[in-house]
Design a protein around this ligand. Sequence first.
Ligand SMILES: NC(=O)CC[C@H](N)C(=O)O
Length: 190
Amino acid sequence: MRIGVLALQGDFHEHQAMLESLGAEVVQVRLPRHLEGLQGLIIPGGESTTIGKLAVDFGLIEPLRAFGKEHAIWGTCAGAIFLSSDARREQPLLGLMDIVVARNAFGRQVDSFEADLDVHFMGQANQRPFRAIFIRAPIIEQVRGEAQALVTLPDGRIVAARQGRWLATSFHPELTGDNRFHRYFLELAR
Ligand SMILES: NC(=O)CC[C@H](N)C(=O)O
């Protein structure tokens, strides 16, 4: 499979390594023409305001929206914010997913933490929890319309959502040795 990683800013190399370990061919996307021939796209974690500004500068906003209408897109952390339709602040967003996110929602004292997530939504074979890494992570405050919550923390806060072939995760599966989310995404992109 041929999958893009948006390579404007953030930890796109880690996504690339994970995808390549699963046999995908990876294209770093910096310009609209790099989207040609891709089956899906990952938007990495980083700083969503920076990713948004660079996407505006590189003329990528409309091409990414058009690509998303036809293909799978997965945003991790800052990428999830960029995919959302409302981050409760002025910043460039793709506005594809009908989710409202709150940035840096876990407060300063827990800038980073790990948590075991229930990933039964992936199917019965996935009894084993997914050890997730959160770094200055957003919370998905609302899922609306066609969007659905996939994973919640024990207190009910939503940290993963899906809408058709679009996926948003607050955390960073590319920083773990566990490739189940990447495999799940490749199925969405197929
Ligand atoms: N790890 C991350 O991607 C952090 C996201 C960043 N705090 C933001 O608001 O964009």
